[in-house]
Design a protein around this ligand. Sequence first.
Ligand code: SF4
Length: 763
Amino acid sequence: MAFDIGMIKKLYSEMPAKISAARKVLGRPLTLAEKILYAHLSSEQGLEAFERGKNYVNFAPDRVAMQDATAQMALLQFMQAGRPKVAVPSTVHCDHLIQAKTGAKEDLETALKVNKEVYDFLASVSDKYGIGFWKPGAGIIHQVVLENYAFPGGMMIGTDSHTPNAGGLGMIAIGVGGADACDVMAGLPWELKWPKLIGIKLTGKMSGWTSAKDIILWVAGQLTVKGGTGAIVEYFGDGADGLSATGKGTICNMGAEIGATCSLFTYDDKMAAYLKSTTREDVAELANGIREHLRPDPEVYEAPEKYYDQVLELNLNELEPYVNGPFTPDLATPISKMKEAVEKNGWPEKLEVALIGSCTNSSYEDISRSASIVKDAVGKGLKTNSEFTITPGSELVRFTIERDGFINDFESVGGVVLANACGPCIGQWARHIDDPNRKNTIITSFNRNFAKRNDGLASTHAFVASPEVVTAMAIAGTIAFNPITDTLKNSTGEDVILSEPKGYELPPKGFAVDDPGFQAPAEDGSQVQVAVDPISSRLQLLEPFAEWEGTDLKSLKLLIKAKGKCTTDHISMAGPWLKYRGHLDNISNNLLIGAINYFNNQTDSVKNQLTGEYGSVPATQRVYKAADIGTIVVGDENYGEGSSREHAAMEPRHLGVRAILVKSFARIHETNLKKQGMLALTFAEKDDYEKILEDDTIDILGLKGFAPGIPLHVMVHHSNGESETIEVNHTYNEQQIEWFKAGAALNIIRKKFNAPAQESAAL
Ligand code: SF4
């Protein structure tokens, strides 16, 4: 199930008819994004003209990709579904847990020891359920996906925000939470708000020091970090067709920095060439066969403003390199203005560390162009003046660039090659710095540069640029350097200028690799044992949640009445808790510790109604759980906004909270609660929020007649003996009411497969 050419054949054979039907329904030509979306509607979805930014629509994605940090809970949940195998081709990639310290070999060895139990779990669960497993050191999820799995016209979800990287090969690829990945692997449809569309027309051709990265740095400057929210960004025009597939991938990758749902390029010869070079001639041939369906209709190019909600145009002949940052990826400065900006803003000019590579920029093209700068510099009597690191995105790239001598070139100037993993990009970096409080500057060819992202230091000013510019600045030792115009003094005191970078889109001798680091799943996984140590603090097999008992929920104690903002981060905090993301009971010790208690304005301090004493939210809830007393959480507006985090819905369920009653929900969290078998209710009259008092006991009534569109009632018993009834609304449909009754959505699937509880699979 790791790669399925039959699935691509089927999709391509059905696509033309689906696209033509959608064209008829809309009564107009289609953009590429629309073609792919309509081709992936889930079967229970009727064909209609969906309103952009309004309708929630069910899709059937072709693939799932998961990185090791987020895969843990997604797969623990998937095990609950009781399926013998995943419903769609899926892969796991061990890239986020490797810390960069000394260099590739030692760092990988350390990670294998430190994360052994997580890797063993992921390897065995993948083996059992038909999931392709990419071992630690094999590469970064998005680069490995681009090299092996992305294909034009496909749809993929991935448990990582830079999943849209696969748009470089014309795929709609969207970053999601683990619960969504679990659903799709279990065979459930996946819901997305029908996106808005932004068109970006690229004309002309880049030259010299400019590269694909500069296009997205420019776009980020134009649209800002929020400008792409809820939208698919579609690139087109002769300038787009001139870019390498990996360059397109870089641009789509960083679409996450403008908040875009995903970004997308149209199928062209560059994509075909990349597919062929990565042993997928068959996919290229199939794509060539339906080429016109993998590009927008011609009328869209003639009048793009009629078909996109917003259109930007960029002439690549005029584009110059950009440096974005510090602290945000949308502060875009053209390199010709950088010196002035550094002085004006008082940014530390001395460059301490320059880092190239990552999932964003470690293609053969990126590396060969950067190596050409290093070689040119050495030939002219120059050396690096900053620390310099190189992170290959995959073993395929690393092996090939080593064979072709580029690693030697980097090492000849003191460059350190790090493991094929995320490392400094995600803060997995044991940086050596004399004074962590000293204001200092680094520059990367990665994507994100928010404060503390790379090294955990608030004092670090992190900039983002192309690998070529980062390499040139490593040699200059300053971020005020403009390689197009500035000279550097060499070892003999001469002023020299760096030559423009030169490289290859694809390796002239082809890609090569010895061991790519892939473990194919077992043909028959039924006998495979999933490796989870019962005393592990990081991993815990899940128990299925109990079915609804068939009665109204009576005598629930109020756990907390949360005041004001209560995001998924308030409900389930990140930071140090993330190491427990595969252990539901341990991570539940952060339940609602960030929420403000309405009655005392404090965080993590609620009244235990059994003792009258105040204690932390999770500890108090555990007392109720031990006494077999159900509880309710009351909240304010937009409860559960923020990143889709399944733990925020699973923790209250695990600890015995029965219902969440709020003024309003963030939609994704509301759905997550429903999937876990929780009652997610809203006050019919928002002012009734005021009626809930600290010592209240609450009944939820009307559950025997639980039906779509029919409100429920809540009887509130106050400690003074008085009671009052309030009306509460819900948005459950028939299917979701079944989830509630079964105890969770996955319980329904498990019944379908008639599977035993998963603990029998534990070691
Ligand atoms: S390299 Fe960075 S952006 Fe890419 S997957 Fe890893 S952490 Fe995310």
